[in-house]
Design a protein around this ligand. Sequence first.
Ligand code: UD1
Length: 427
Amino acid sequence: MDSIRITGGNRLEGQIPISGAKNSALTLLPCALLTSEKVTLTNLPRLADVDNFSHLLNELGGSTKVAAVKKGEIGRRMTIEAREIASTVAPYDMVRKMRASILVLGPMLARAGESTVSLPGGCAIGDRPIDLHLKALEAMGAQIELAAGYVKAVAPGGRLAGGDYSFPVVSVGATENALMAASLAAGRTQLFNAAREPEIVDLCKLLVAMGAKIEGIGSSHLIIDGVEALGGCTYEVMPDRIEAGSYACAAGITGGSIELVGARPADMLAITNGLAAAGLVIEMTDKGMRVTADKSLKPLAVSTAPYPGFPTDMQAQFMAMLCVADGQSFLEETIFENRYMHVPELRRMGADIEVHGRSAIVKGNAKLTGAKVMATDLRASMSLILAGLAAEGETEVMRVYHLDRGYERLEEKLSAVGATIERVSGG
Ligand code: UD1
Protein backbone atom coordinates (compact mmCIF):
# COMPACT_ATOMS: atom_id res chain seq x y z
CA MET A 1 0.00 0.00 0.00
CA ASP A 2 1.34 3.45 -0.91
CA SER A 3 2.33 6.00 1.69
CA ILE A 4 3.26 9.67 1.60
CA ARG A 5 6.61 10.78 2.97
CA ILE A 6 7.18 14.38 4.00
CA THR A 7 10.21 16.15 5.34
CA GLY A 8 8.74 19.04 7.28
CA GLY A 9 9.83 22.56 8.00
CA ASN A 10 9.59 24.22 4.58
CA ARG A 11 7.71 27.49 4.25
CA LEU A 12 5.19 27.00 1.42
CA GLU A 13 4.86 29.71 -1.16
CA GLY A 14 3.31 29.85 -4.62
CA GLN A 15 0.11 28.88 -6.38
CA ILE A 16 -2.09 25.80 -6.03
CA PRO A 17 -4.83 25.14 -8.58
CA ILE A 18 -8.09 24.08 -6.94
CA SER A 19 -9.84 21.07 -8.46
CA GLY A 20 -13.53 20.44 -9.00
CA ALA A 21 -15.42 19.65 -5.79
CA LYS A 22 -15.55 15.97 -4.86
CA ASN A 23 -18.80 16.29 -2.94
CA SER A 24 -20.39 18.15 -5.81
CA ALA A 25 -19.18 15.62 -8.39
CA LEU A 26 -20.67 12.78 -6.35
CA THR A 27 -24.15 14.29 -6.48
CA LEU A 28 -23.95 15.58 -10.08
CA LEU A 29 -22.92 12.18 -11.48
CA PRO A 30 -26.12 10.33 -10.41
CA CYS A 31 -28.23 13.05 -12.10
CA ALA A 32 -27.28 11.39 -15.39
CA LEU A 33 -29.61 8.52 -14.37
CA LEU A 34 -32.56 10.94 -14.55
CA THR A 35 -32.45 11.29 -18.34
CA SER A 36 -31.95 9.19 -21.47
CA GLU A 37 -29.96 12.07 -22.96
CA LYS A 38 -26.27 12.79 -22.58
CA VAL A 39 -25.05 14.68 -19.53
CA THR A 40 -21.53 16.05 -19.80
CA LEU A 41 -19.72 17.16 -16.65
CA THR A 42 -16.57 19.26 -16.92
CA ASN A 43 -13.99 20.08 -14.25
CA LEU A 44 -14.53 16.67 -12.64
CA PRO A 45 -11.67 15.97 -10.23
CA ARG A 46 -9.46 12.94 -10.90
CA LEU A 47 -10.28 11.01 -7.76
CA ALA A 48 -10.85 7.40 -6.79
CA ASP A 49 -14.40 8.24 -5.63
CA VAL A 50 -15.29 9.71 -9.04
CA ASP A 51 -13.91 6.60 -10.79
CA ASN A 52 -15.88 4.36 -8.43
CA PHE A 53 -19.04 6.35 -9.12
CA SER A 54 -18.60 6.07 -12.86
CA HIS A 55 -18.22 2.26 -12.48
CA LEU A 56 -21.46 2.23 -10.52
CA LEU A 57 -23.23 4.18 -13.28
CA ASN A 58 -21.91 1.64 -15.81
CA GLU A 59 -23.31 -1.17 -13.67
CA LEU A 60 -26.76 0.46 -13.76
CA GLY A 61 -26.74 0.88 -17.53
CA GLY A 62 -25.08 4.24 -18.06
CA SER A 63 -22.24 4.45 -20.53
CA THR A 64 -19.52 6.82 -19.39
CA LYS A 65 -16.96 8.35 -21.68
CA VAL A 66 -14.03 10.39 -20.40
CA ALA A 67 -12.78 12.88 -22.96
CA ALA A 68 -9.14 13.80 -23.41
CA VAL A 69 -8.58 17.11 -21.63
CA LYS A 70 -8.78 19.96 -24.14
CA LYS A 71 -6.26 22.77 -24.11
CA GLY A 72 -7.19 25.39 -21.54
CA GLU A 73 -9.69 23.11 -19.80
CA ILE A 74 -9.05 22.06 -16.23
CA GLY A 75 -10.13 18.76 -14.69
CA ARG A 76 -11.75 15.96 -16.58
CA ARG A 77 -14.72 15.96 -18.87
CA MET A 78 -17.05 12.99 -18.67
CA THR A 79 -20.13 12.26 -20.75
CA ILE A 80 -22.68 9.90 -19.29
CA GLU A 81 -25.53 8.48 -21.30
CA ALA A 82 -28.09 6.32 -19.52
CA ARG A 83 -30.44 5.55 -22.44
CA GLU A 84 -32.05 2.89 -20.33
CA ILE A 85 -31.68 1.77 -16.75
CA ALA A 86 -30.35 -1.76 -17.27
CA SER A 87 -30.31 -2.69 -13.59
CA THR A 88 -31.98 -1.00 -10.65
CA VAL A 89 -29.72 -2.68 -8.11
CA ALA A 90 -26.64 -1.01 -6.63
CA PRO A 91 -24.78 -4.00 -5.19
CA TYR A 92 -22.97 -4.24 -1.85
CA ASP A 93 -19.53 -4.49 -3.44
CA MET A 94 -19.96 -1.07 -5.00
CA VAL A 95 -21.71 0.69 -2.12
CA ARG A 96 -19.18 -0.68 0.39
CA LYS A 97 -16.36 1.16 -1.42
CA MET A 98 -18.16 4.47 -1.43
CA ARG A 99 -20.90 5.60 0.89
CA ALA A 100 -22.07 8.24 -1.57
CA SER A 101 -23.44 5.39 -3.76
CA ILE A 102 -26.66 5.86 -1.77
CA LEU A 103 -27.19 8.89 -4.01
CA VAL A 104 -28.35 6.65 -6.87
CA LEU A 105 -31.41 5.64 -4.79
CA GLY A 106 -33.52 8.73 -5.55
CA PRO A 107 -32.71 9.16 -9.25
CA MET A 108 -33.18 5.43 -10.10
CA LEU A 109 -36.47 5.37 -8.25
CA ALA A 110 -37.68 8.50 -10.06
CA ARG A 111 -36.64 7.29 -13.51
CA ALA A 112 -37.33 3.53 -13.33
CA GLY A 113 -40.04 3.39 -10.66
CA GLU A 114 -37.92 1.19 -8.42
CA SER A 115 -34.50 1.14 -6.88
CA THR A 116 -32.57 -1.29 -4.71
CA VAL A 117 -29.39 -0.14 -2.98
CA SER A 118 -27.22 -1.98 -0.51
CA LEU A 119 -27.19 -0.35 2.92
CA PRO A 120 -23.90 1.51 3.26
CA GLY A 121 -23.13 0.03 6.67
CA GLY A 122 -20.92 1.57 9.34
CA CYS A 123 -18.45 4.25 8.57
CA ALA A 124 -15.23 5.39 10.19
CA ILE A 125 -16.71 8.74 11.26
CA GLY A 126 -19.83 7.48 12.98
CA ASP A 127 -22.96 5.49 12.24
CA ARG A 128 -24.17 7.69 9.41
CA PRO A 129 -27.72 6.35 9.05
CA ILE A 130 -29.86 6.87 5.92
CA ASP A 131 -33.26 7.11 7.64
CA LEU A 132 -33.81 10.70 6.44
CA HIS A 133 -33.16 9.73 2.81
CA LEU A 134 -35.86 7.09 3.14
CA LYS A 135 -38.37 9.28 5.00
CA ALA A 136 -38.10 12.04 2.40
CA LEU A 137 -38.71 9.53 -0.42
CA GLU A 138 -41.65 8.04 1.51
CA ALA A 139 -43.14 11.52 1.80
CA MET A 140 -43.12 11.62 -2.01
CA GLY A 141 -45.03 8.35 -2.21
CA ALA A 142 -42.27 5.72 -2.23
CA GLN A 143 -42.85 2.36 -0.57
CA ILE A 144 -39.74 1.20 1.19
CA GLU A 145 -38.62 -2.22 2.37
CA LEU A 146 -35.43 -3.22 4.11
CA ALA A 147 -34.30 -6.80 3.62
CA ALA A 148 -31.04 -8.75 3.52
CA GLY A 149 -28.91 -5.63 3.87
CA TYR A 150 -30.63 -3.85 1.00
CA VAL A 151 -33.15 -1.03 0.82
CA LYS A 152 -35.74 -1.44 -1.89
CA ALA A 153 -37.85 1.55 -2.89
CA VAL A 154 -40.83 1.33 -5.24
CA ALA A 155 -42.94 4.12 -6.71
CA PRO A 156 -46.54 2.83 -6.90
CA GLY A 157 -47.74 3.12 -10.52
CA GLY A 158 -44.15 3.68 -11.64
CA ARG A 159 -43.93 7.35 -10.68
CA LEU A 160 -43.45 9.26 -7.44
CA ALA A 161 -46.29 11.59 -6.53
CA GLY A 162 -44.27 14.33 -4.81
CA GLY A 163 -45.00 15.58 -1.28
CA ASP A 164 -43.76 17.70 1.60
CA TYR A 165 -40.99 16.76 3.99
CA SER A 166 -39.38 18.63 6.85
CA PHE A 167 -35.93 17.34 7.80
CA PRO A 168 -35.56 17.00 11.60
CA VAL A 169 -31.79 17.53 11.19
CA VAL A 170 -29.99 19.03 8.23
CA SER A 171 -28.66 16.31 5.94
CA VAL A 172 -26.69 17.02 2.78
CA GLY A 173 -27.11 13.55 1.26
CA ALA A 174 -30.82 13.21 2.10
CA THR A 175 -31.54 16.66 0.63
CA GLU A 176 -29.68 15.60 -2.54
CA ASN A 177 -31.55 12.30 -2.90
CA ALA A 178 -34.88 14.07 -2.32
CA LEU A 179 -34.13 16.82 -4.86
CA MET A 180 -33.17 14.37 -7.59
CA ALA A 181 -36.21 12.18 -6.97
CA ALA A 182 -38.63 15.12 -6.76
CA SER A 183 -37.52 16.58 -10.07
CA LEU A 184 -39.29 13.76 -11.97
CA ALA A 185 -42.29 13.32 -9.62
CA ALA A 186 -45.87 13.79 -10.82
CA GLY A 187 -46.55 16.74 -8.50
CA ARG A 188 -45.02 19.35 -6.21
CA THR A 189 -42.50 18.59 -3.46
CA GLN A 190 -41.54 21.00 -0.71
CA LEU A 191 -38.45 20.36 1.37
CA PHE A 192 -38.17 22.21 4.67
CA ASN A 193 -34.96 22.56 6.69
CA ALA A 194 -33.09 21.41 3.59
CA ALA A 195 -29.28 21.57 3.48
CA ARG A 196 -27.94 24.76 1.89
CA GLU A 197 -24.37 23.73 1.14
CA PRO A 198 -22.87 25.20 -2.04
CA GLU A 199 -22.78 21.63 -3.42
CA ILE A 200 -26.61 21.53 -3.07
CA VAL A 201 -26.79 24.77 -5.06
CA ASP A 202 -24.54 23.16 -7.69
CA LEU A 203 -26.91 20.19 -7.84
CA CYS A 204 -29.95 22.46 -8.22
CA LYS A 205 -28.24 24.36 -11.03
CA LEU A 206 -27.49 21.16 -12.93
CA LEU A 207 -31.07 19.92 -12.45
CA VAL A 208 -32.43 23.26 -13.69
CA ALA A 209 -30.10 23.06 -16.73
CA MET A 210 -31.63 19.61 -17.38
CA GLY A 211 -35.14 21.11 -17.27
CA ALA A 212 -36.13 20.75 -13.60
CA LYS A 213 -38.33 23.34 -11.90
CA ILE A 214 -36.87 24.34 -8.55
CA GLU A 215 -37.56 27.43 -6.45
CA GLY A 216 -35.76 28.59 -3.34
CA ILE A 217 -32.30 27.53 -4.52
CA GLY A 218 -29.73 28.35 -1.83
CA SER A 219 -32.39 28.48 0.91
CA SER A 220 -33.59 25.83 3.35
CA HIS A 221 -37.06 25.76 1.74
CA LEU A 222 -36.94 24.13 -1.69
CA ILE A 223 -40.00 23.83 -3.90
CA ILE A 224 -39.73 21.34 -6.74
CA ASP A 225 -42.43 20.95 -9.38
CA GLY A 226 -41.81 17.57 -10.98
CA VAL A 227 -41.59 17.39 -14.77
CA GLU A 228 -42.34 14.53 -17.23
CA ALA A 229 -38.79 14.20 -18.46
CA LEU A 230 -35.40 15.80 -18.06
CA GLY A 231 -32.89 16.38 -20.85
CA GLY A 232 -29.13 16.41 -21.32
CA CYS A 233 -26.74 19.33 -20.85
CA THR A 234 -23.12 20.26 -20.20
CA TYR A 235 -22.27 21.49 -16.73
CA GLU A 236 -19.09 22.57 -14.92
CA VAL A 237 -18.46 21.22 -11.41
CA MET A 238 -17.84 23.97 -8.81
CA PRO A 239 -14.39 24.38 -7.21
CA ASP A 240 -13.67 22.34 -4.09
CA ARG A 241 -14.02 24.61 -1.06
CA ILE A 242 -12.67 21.95 1.31
CA GLU A 243 -9.57 21.35 -0.82
CA ALA A 244 -9.03 25.13 -0.94
CA GLY A 245 -9.50 25.39 2.83
CA SER A 246 -7.06 22.52 3.40
CA TYR A 247 -4.31 24.23 1.40
CA ALA A 248 -5.05 27.48 3.20
CA CYS A 249 -4.26 25.62 6.43
CA ALA A 250 -1.01 24.44 4.77
CA ALA A 251 -0.07 28.11 4.35
CA GLY A 252 -1.08 28.72 7.98
CA ILE A 253 0.86 25.85 9.56
CA THR A 254 4.05 26.53 7.55
CA GLY A 255 3.97 30.33 7.91
CA GLY A 256 3.65 30.50 4.14
CA SER A 257 1.70 32.27 1.43
CA ILE A 258 -0.39 30.36 -1.11
CA GLU A 259 -2.63 31.61 -3.87
CA LEU A 260 -5.58 29.25 -4.27
CA VAL A 261 -6.20 29.51 -7.98
CA GLY A 262 -9.81 28.97 -8.97
CA ALA A 263 -11.14 28.99 -5.38
CA ARG A 264 -14.54 30.64 -4.93
CA PRO A 265 -14.29 32.74 -1.75
CA ALA A 266 -18.05 33.38 -1.56
CA ASP A 267 -18.61 29.68 -0.75
CA MET A 268 -15.98 29.67 1.98
CA LEU A 269 -16.86 32.48 4.38
CA ALA A 270 -16.91 30.39 7.54
CA ILE A 271 -13.51 28.98 6.57
CA THR A 272 -11.94 32.32 5.66
CA ASN A 273 -13.41 33.95 8.79
CA GLY A 274 -11.73 31.21 10.83
CA LEU A 275 -8.43 31.69 9.03
CA ALA A 276 -8.60 35.45 9.52
CA ALA A 277 -9.42 35.04 13.21
CA ALA A 278 -6.31 32.85 13.48
CA GLY A 279 -4.30 35.78 12.14
CA LEU A 280 -3.92 34.80 8.47
CA VAL A 281 -4.23 37.48 5.83
CA ILE A 282 -6.76 36.72 3.08
CA GLU A 283 -6.62 38.67 -0.16
CA MET A 284 -8.90 38.32 -3.15
CA THR A 285 -6.94 38.01 -6.38
CA ASP A 286 -7.93 37.88 -10.07
CA LYS A 287 -7.53 34.12 -9.98
CA GLY A 288 -9.02 33.28 -6.59
CA MET A 289 -7.53 34.21 -3.25
CA ARG A 290 -4.20 34.34 -1.46
CA VAL A 291 -3.72 33.19 2.11
CA THR A 292 -0.65 34.41 3.96
CA ALA A 293 0.60 33.67 7.46
CA ASP A 294 3.15 36.30 8.35
CA LYS A 295 3.00 36.15 12.12
CA SER A 296 2.30 33.53 14.78
CA LEU A 297 -1.15 31.98 14.70
CA LYS A 298 -3.80 32.91 17.22
CA PRO A 299 -5.90 30.27 19.00
CA LEU A 300 -9.57 29.88 18.09
CA ALA A 301 -12.89 28.56 19.36
CA VAL A 302 -14.65 26.72 16.52
CA SER A 303 -17.85 24.72 16.43
CA THR A 304 -18.87 22.77 13.33
CA ALA A 305 -22.36 23.35 11.90
CA PRO A 306 -24.30 22.86 8.67
CA TYR A 307 -23.65 25.50 5.98
CA PRO A 308 -23.27 28.46 6.31
CA GLY A 309 -21.58 27.36 9.55
CA PHE A 310 -18.05 26.01 9.88
CA PRO A 311 -17.80 22.72 7.91
CA THR A 312 -17.14 19.47 9.73
CA ASP A 313 -14.95 18.56 6.75
CA MET A 314 -12.48 21.29 7.85
CA GLN A 315 -12.34 20.41 11.55
CA ALA A 316 -9.34 18.06 11.37
CA GLN A 317 -7.25 20.42 9.23
CA PHE A 318 -7.94 23.39 11.54
CA MET A 319 -7.05 21.22 14.52
CA ALA A 320 -3.65 20.39 13.00
CA MET A 321 -3.02 24.07 12.28
CA LEU A 322 -4.09 25.14 15.79
CA CYS A 323 -1.54 22.74 17.33
CA VAL A 324 1.09 25.37 16.53
CA ALA A 325 -1.03 28.42 17.47
CA ASP A 326 0.05 30.67 20.27
CA GLY A 327 -2.38 29.48 22.96
CA GLN A 328 -5.26 27.13 23.70
CA SER A 329 -8.03 26.46 21.17
CA PHE A 330 -11.44 24.84 21.60
CA LEU A 331 -13.10 22.74 18.93
CA GLU A 332 -16.59 21.28 19.02
CA GLU A 333 -17.81 18.67 16.52
CA THR A 334 -21.60 18.81 16.30
CA ILE A 335 -22.23 16.88 13.04
CA PHE A 336 -20.58 13.48 13.43
CA GLU A 337 -19.66 11.47 16.50
CA ASN A 338 -16.25 9.83 16.39
CA ARG A 339 -14.63 12.43 14.18
CA TYR A 340 -11.51 12.90 16.27
CA MET A 341 -9.66 9.84 15.07
CA HIS A 342 -6.75 11.98 13.94
CA VAL A 343 -6.13 13.06 17.56
CA PRO A 344 -4.08 10.02 18.71
CA GLU A 345 -1.95 10.28 15.58
CA LEU A 346 -1.41 14.03 16.01
CA ARG A 347 -0.43 13.34 19.62
CA ARG A 348 2.20 10.90 18.41
CA MET A 349 3.68 13.83 16.51
CA GLY A 350 3.87 15.95 19.65
CA ALA A 351 0.46 17.64 19.72
CA ASP A 352 -1.16 18.29 23.09
CA ILE A 353 -4.89 17.68 22.60
CA GLU A 354 -7.58 16.62 25.09
CA VAL A 355 -10.88 15.19 23.90
CA HIS A 356 -14.04 15.32 26.04
CA GLY A 357 -16.89 13.76 24.07
CA ARG A 358 -17.56 16.03 21.16
CA SER A 359 -15.23 18.79 22.38
CA ALA A 360 -11.49 19.06 22.05
CA ILE A 361 -8.95 21.33 23.67
CA VAL A 362 -5.86 21.96 21.59
CA LYS A 363 -3.12 23.28 23.86
CA GLY A 364 -1.10 25.02 21.12
CA ASN A 365 2.60 25.92 20.89
CA ALA A 366 3.36 22.29 20.02
CA LYS A 367 6.79 21.38 18.75
CA LEU A 368 5.73 18.85 16.14
CA THR A 369 8.11 16.07 15.21
CA GLY A 370 7.89 13.65 12.30
CA ALA A 371 6.53 10.14 12.84
CA LYS A 372 4.98 7.21 11.02
CA VAL A 373 1.23 7.80 11.27
CA MET A 374 -1.92 6.07 10.09
CA ALA A 375 -4.63 7.81 8.08
CA THR A 376 -8.14 6.88 9.22
CA ASP A 377 -10.47 8.87 7.00
CA LEU A 378 -10.17 11.44 4.27
CA ARG A 379 -10.00 14.70 6.21
CA ALA A 380 -8.14 13.10 9.13
CA SER A 381 -5.48 12.08 6.60
CA MET A 382 -5.12 15.69 5.49
CA SER A 383 -4.59 16.83 9.07
CA LEU A 384 -1.64 14.42 9.30
CA ILE A 385 -0.20 15.75 6.04
CA LEU A 386 -0.49 19.28 7.43
CA ALA A 387 1.20 18.32 10.69
CA GLY A 388 3.93 16.60 8.66
CA LEU A 389 4.55 19.78 6.66
CA ALA A 390 5.29 21.69 9.87
CA ALA A 391 7.02 18.90 11.82
CA GLU A 392 10.72 18.59 12.32
CA GLY A 393 12.07 15.55 10.48
CA GLU A 394 10.31 12.90 8.44
CA THR A 395 6.64 11.94 8.57
CA GLU A 396 5.20 8.96 6.76
CA VAL A 397 1.42 8.89 6.34
CA MET A 398 0.21 5.34 5.74
CA ARG A 399 -3.04 4.24 4.06
CA VAL A 400 -2.93 6.89 1.39
CA TYR A 401 -6.01 5.50 -0.34
CA HIS A 402 -8.07 7.72 1.95
CA LEU A 403 -6.35 10.80 0.51
CA ASP A 404 -6.74 9.54 -3.05
CA ARG A 405 -10.50 9.59 -2.51
CA GLY A 406 -10.54 13.34 -2.09
CA TYR A 407 -7.32 15.19 -2.95
CA GLU A 408 -6.31 15.30 -6.60
CA ARG A 409 -2.53 15.19 -7.22
CA LEU A 410 -1.77 16.12 -3.61
CA GLU A 411 2.00 15.50 -3.76
CA GLU A 412 2.34 17.43 -7.02
CA LYS A 413 0.38 20.39 -5.74
CA LEU A 414 2.29 20.60 -2.46
CA SER A 415 5.75 20.08 -4.04
CA ALA A 416 5.01 22.90 -6.46
CA VAL A 417 4.77 25.31 -3.50
CA GLY A 418 7.97 24.06 -1.89
CA ALA A 419 7.05 21.03 0.22
CA THR A 420 9.40 18.06 0.38
CA ILE A 421 6.84 15.36 -0.22
CA GLU A 422 6.76 12.13 -2.19
CA ARG A 423 4.58 9.11 -2.67
CA VAL A 424 6.27 5.89 -1.69
CA SER A 425 4.97 2.88 -3.51
CA GLY A 426 4.22 0.05 -1.14
CA GLY A 427 3.83 -2.47 -3.99
C1 UD1 B 1 -21.97 14.97 3.31
C2 UD1 B 1 -20.55 15.04 2.74
C3 UD1 B 1 -19.54 14.94 3.86
C4 UD1 B 1 -19.81 15.99 4.94
C5 UD1 B 1 -21.27 15.93 5.40
C6 UD1 B 1 -21.64 17.05 6.36
C7 UD1 B 1 -20.74 14.06 0.51
C8 UD1 B 1 -20.42 12.92 -0.39
N1 UD1 B 1 -20.35 13.93 1.81
O1 UD1 B 1 -22.09 13.69 3.92
O2 UD1 B 1 -18.23 15.14 3.30
O3 UD1 B 1 -18.98 15.74 6.05
O4 UD1 B 1 -22.15 16.02 4.27
O5 UD1 B 1 -21.37 18.27 5.78
O6 UD1 B 1 -21.29 15.07 0.10
N2 UD1 B 1 -28.06 11.81 9.30
C9 UD1 B 1 -29.07 11.07 9.83
N3 UD1 B 1 -29.88 10.36 8.97
C10 UD1 B 1 -29.71 10.42 7.62
C11 UD1 B 1 -28.68 11.19 7.09
C12 UD1 B 1 -27.85 11.88 7.96
O7 UD1 B 1 -29.24 11.00 11.03
O8 UD1 B 1 -30.48 9.78 6.90
C13 UD1 B 1 -27.17 12.56 10.21
C14 UD1 B 1 -25.71 12.10 10.10
O9 UD1 B 1 -25.45 10.98 10.92
C15 UD1 B 1 -24.96 13.32 10.54
C16 UD1 B 1 -25.84 14.46 10.02
O10 UD1 B 1 -27.12 13.90 9.77
O11 UD1 B 1 -24.93 13.40 11.94
C17 UD1 B 1 -25.34 15.10 8.75
O12 UD1 B 1 -25.07 14.11 7.76
P1 UD1 B 1 -25.22 14.40 6.21
O13 UD1 B 1 -25.32 15.87 6.00
O14 UD1 B 1 -26.29 13.54 5.67
O15 UD1 B 1 -23.82 13.90 5.65
P2 UD1 B 1 -23.55 13.14 4.28
O16 UD1 B 1 -24.52 13.58 3.24
O17 UD1 B 1 -23.39 11.69 4.55
